[in-house]
Write a protein that binds this ligand. Structure first.
Ligand code: SF4
Length: 425
């Protein structure tokens, strides 16, 4: 059987998708290789959030075109967000690409590969503008993507101390600059029982830390089937705070539980109270602000003001003493003035994040921002603002790190790299 080379771009959600794809194909007898030249099937699991990431994939596909000329049996697949965003147009432009599979259709990948071998014709599985999924998953057997999550392989020999578990798929927020709601579809919450079972199996296979994943993880809510109560049928719902607490109590062997990424507008104090009360939930909150200017936040359709965001950080620090906060910032959003930017710099300086991910605005096809707003901040200005914000954040990181000198804290060793380390928060 042909060997598969799989390369992953983008966020933790893609890392998890690649792991699930790998488990699914290995169960069918496929083998994986880290050597591109030794592979008969090449899969790129792609990200569309920034143009830079898509350009990397285009360049790799360009290099493979030559190889396909001399090796026509080579199978090339593009999976993930770029496949969904670009759609079948990509197959027309790049005749040497054999298959496309969107992130909401990954359970169909084995069938697509079979069809490519059988027919030698291009294949695609894309959600398009419709989604076959409902906001809350019911019976797992009805949903192939849920089965993909559940079919995860747990190898004791390949022991991993850190693992991801998806709790919410997709996103309903439609921030004007973002492709995710278009590529990953609407929010869908997984059943709590499936999540707890997956966590138990990961811990049994050696995981010490589990990170729950969702684009807007705090939006998690699962509507259970009606149960009979004293006054007739009762509706039951599991909120994100309840899910966290249940996981913490149901999997006592799990040393550390964390979650990313939270959306500021709908972050309830109930979650903070659970974090404060459960000693194995990491006191860490990744809560992106994206801008310190209310005018820009409105253009981004973020749904909160700077003052509301700061109120959340204040509550988090009060309810969960010692909490470490992390942020995201975009610089150079359309029409961002020096004054807007200075407000972002002020917010970063005042928030004292443990770490902050800073990005230059990248206009993405298919988003509202590209249609509605000119990408009018020159690249040099974006770069200068990016560097300035990094400078502010680096100084804060150094101060926070210096506060740890002389303290003894638990550390999770994740691997041999001298730079990979994580404290309890
Ligand atoms: S919350 Fe906004 S930025 Fe985050 S994935 Fe959803 S649309 Fe994109």
């Amino acid at each position: 059987m042909k060997k598969i080379y799989l390369e992953t771009f983008g966020c933790q959600m893609n890392v998890l998708d690649s792991e699930l794809v790998r488990g699914q194909l290995e169960a069918l007898g496929y083998q994986f290789t880290p050597d591109l030249d030794a592979a008969g099937i090449v899969l790129y699991n792609t990200c569309s959030v920034r143009e830079h990431s898509e350009n990397k994939v285009r360049s790799r596909l360009g290099l493979l075109k030559k190889r396909k000329g001399t090796e026509p049996e080579l199978v090339i697949g593009v999976i993930g967000c770029m496949a969904e965003r670009d759609g079948v147009g990509m197959l027309k432009r790049l005749a040497h690409v054999d298959l496309l599979c969107g992130p909401g259709e990954l359970d169909k990948l084995p069938t697509l590969l079979d069809n490519v071998f059988r027919t030698r014709r291009q294949q695609a599985a894309l959600a398009g503008n419709t989604s076959r999924r409902s906001a809350t998953l019911g019976a797992a057997e009805e949903d192939g993507l849920e089965l993909l999550d559940l079919s995860r392989s747990f190898s004791a020999s390949e022991s991993r101390y850190q693992a991801y578990v998806r709790v919410v798929r997709g996103c309903n927020k439609f921030c004007t600059y973002c492709v995710v709601p278009h590529t990953r579809g609407p929010e869908v919450s997984r059943p709590p029982e499936s999540i707890i079972e997956e966590a138990r199996r990961l811990v049994a296979a050696g995981a010490l830390e589990i990170t729950l994943l969702g684009q807007t993880v705090n939006h998690y809510h699962f509507e259970h089937a009606f149960a009979s109560g004293p006054g007739g049928p009762m509706k039951r719902r599991t909120s994100f705070a309840q899910l966290l607490e249940r996981l913490h109590e149901s999997v006592p062997e799990l040393a550390r539980l964390r979650f990313v990424t939270s959306f500021p507008a709908d972050f309830g104090d109930d979650i903070l109270q659970v974090m404060a009360g459960c000693n194995r939930i990491c006191k860490y909150l990744h809560i992106p602000a994206q801008s310190g200017s209310n005018r820009i936040l409105k253009m981004m359709n973020r749904g909160y003001s700077v003052e509301e965001y700061q109120g959340l950080l204040e509550r988090a620090r009060r309810i969960v003493p010692g909490i470490a906060l992390a942020g995201d910032m975009i610089v150079g959003f359309p029409t961002e003035t020096e004054e807007d930017y200075q407000l972002s710099a002020k917010l970063v300086a005042e928030s004292r994040y443990k770490n902050c991910f800073i990005f230059k605005y990248s206009a993405r096809p298919g988003t509202l921002a590209i249609r509605r707003f000119p990408d009018d901040v020159p690249d040099e200005v974006k770069r200068d603002r990016n560097n300035h914000l990094l400078h502010i954040q680096n100084a804060i990181c150094q101060e926070l790190n210096r506060e740890l000198i002389g303290q003894t804290v638990p550390v999770l060793c994740q691997g041999p790299s001298g730079w990979v380390r994580a404290t309890d928060s």
